[in-house]
Design a protein around this ligand. Structure first.
Ligand code: S3P
Length: 459
């Protein structure tokens, strides 16, 4: 690996900074993780050179980059300051010499399973201690229905997972998805690019549609009916044209400074060029219902995705907030940080229909309830959600009952760090730093996370 590609060194954690005027600043968060993965994968599929700008330089995206390189795709850094990479794709990938290591990245392993099925090359994929526990039957099953041969650990439900090529290639299917998952939908769509027949997909609830938008931009015939059925024509791999990608800032990463500013008195921040895909901004809508002062400025379309600046001003959150299954896909990664915000809510947070959170990088429902309990905040846990009574006067203990754990999960680490910052901002006389076991796990999606939080306190 080129030395200039290594990730920026992260300060170990949050710093205590006395910021009586709250959080301030105009800034950007790094590139969207979902779109970054897809940019590399899709550019890697065509016999041409494409440019990707604004790529997220994080461990998860580097897992996708490194897997693609093993398959013969050439990916080179052009300019680190703008996240500019050049991708020399290859219509027919090579067979890799080693196991494809997807690290901590569910998006890498699941989306690549669709592409490997289509490329029809022997491959073995695996990942870290979290990834090998996450459900993979959800992709191996539909891909097998399309004619792909996959074997996985524990009766074809877990990684490591192995693809065995076949003569016949893939057929299209009509897939009625049992769960709302953009990763599963994308795996089937990406395999469908290579299928000798149309692929149709019906989701129980709409999930993020970055794959559909990006494939359409490359010329694929992909339509969505009024009933929400996604229809991809056969053999679109043969019509894909190279395009250059511009990655917007990640709404899921923006969620952390947003909540920090909302709950820190006197704050006023502007986060620029945030991706505002309707299936990604459920958190914004939920927060507005309980009085959050969030406004969108300079909204426009970039590369087929809505983008805008997000202004957040400190607000006292008030009222009961109930989220149902229908609300979850558009904020599936934001529930832990929403729970942090609602610890100071003058009302009750109820989350239902969110059992998918148990299948993320950690069991995020259990992680939140366990870590909050160490801070004396009671969360009632259910199989599919949680209930928590907030308190605007909440003052947390100087030390957690036992050291806090990030559960080897970037979003849990960031949520707990923001909780610490908000506590300090609201209770300056009781400022503290809790010990967190694994702060560098934030590198999975947001390597500059602690720099950003520390700067917001000094601006
Ligand atoms: C993602 C989809 C979501 C999300 C993940 C990224 C994607 O997962 O949680 O962080 O890029 O498609 P599911 O599709 O499994 O819900």
């Amino acid at each position: 690996m080129n030395a200039t590609e290594t990730q920026k060194k992260t300060p170990l954690s949050l710093q205590i900074i006395n910021a009586p005027n709250g959080l301030h600043g105009t800034f950007k968060v790094p590139g969207d993780k979902s779109i970054s993965h897809r940019s590399l994968m899709l550019a890697g599929l065509v016999d041409a050179t494409s440019q990707v700008r604004g790529l997220l330089p994080s461990a998860d995206v580097f897992s996708t980059r490194d897997v693609l390189r093993q398959l013969g795709v050439e990916i080179t850094l052009v300019d680190a300051s703008t996240g500019h990479w050049q991708v020399k794709g290859l219509r027919q990938w090579q067979e890799a010499d080693h196991v494809l290591d997807c690290g901590n990245s569910g998006t890498t392993i699941r989306l690549m399973s669709g592409l490997i099925s289509g490329q029809n090359r022997y491959a073995v994929m695996s990942g870290d201690k979290s990834l090998v526990k996450r459900p993979m039957g959800r992709v191996m099953k539909p891909l097998s229905q399309m004619g792909a041969t996959w074997f996985g650990k524990q009766n074809n439900t877990l990684a490591p997972m192995t693809f065995v090529p076949s003569e016949a290639g893939l057929n299209g299917i009509h897939y009625v998805m049992p769960i709302a998952s953009a990763q599963v939908k994308s795996a089937v769509l990406l395999a469908g690019l290579f299928a000798h027949g149309d692929t149709t997909i019906q989701e129980p609830l709409p999930s993020r549609d970055h794959s559909e938008r990006m494939l359409r931009a490359m010329g694929a015939d992909i339509q969505v009916t009024d009933a929400g059925v996604i229809h991809l024509k056969a053999r679109q791999i043969d019509v894909l044209k190279p395009v250059d990608f511009l990655v917007p800032s990640d709404a899921s990463s923006a969620a952390f400074p947003m909540i920090a500013a909302l709950l820190s008195p006197h704050s006023d921040i502007l986060i620029e060029d945030v991706g505002l895909n309707p299936q990604r901004i459920g958190l914004f809508e939920a927060l507005k219902k309980i009085g959050a002062n969030i406004t969108i400025e300079h909204e426009r379309l970039i590369g087929g995705e809505p983008v805008g600046h997000v202004r957040v001003q400190a607000s006292e959150l008030k009222g009961d907030l109930t989220l149902e299954a229908v609300d979850i896909p558009a904020m599936v990664d934001e529930i832990p940080i929403l729970t942090v915000a609602c610890a100071w809510l003058d009302g009750t947070l109820s989350v239902k229909g969110a059992e998918e959170l148990r299948a993320k990088e950690s069991d995020r429902l259990l992680a939140v309830a366990t870590e909050f309990a160490k801070l004396g905040v009671k969360v009632e846990l259910f199989e599919d959600g949680l209930v928590m009574q907030g308190n605007p006067d909440l003052c947390l203990p100087k030390e957690a009952a036992t050291p806090l754990s990030a559960w080897h999960d970037h979003r849990i680490a960031m949520a707990l760090s923001v909780m610490n910052l908000i506590h300090n901002q609201r209770n300056p006389k009781h400022s503290t730093l809790w010990h967190l076991d694994d702060p560098t796990i934030v590198n999975v999606s947001f390597p500059s996370f602690y720099d950003m939080l520390n700067q917001l306190q000094t601006a």
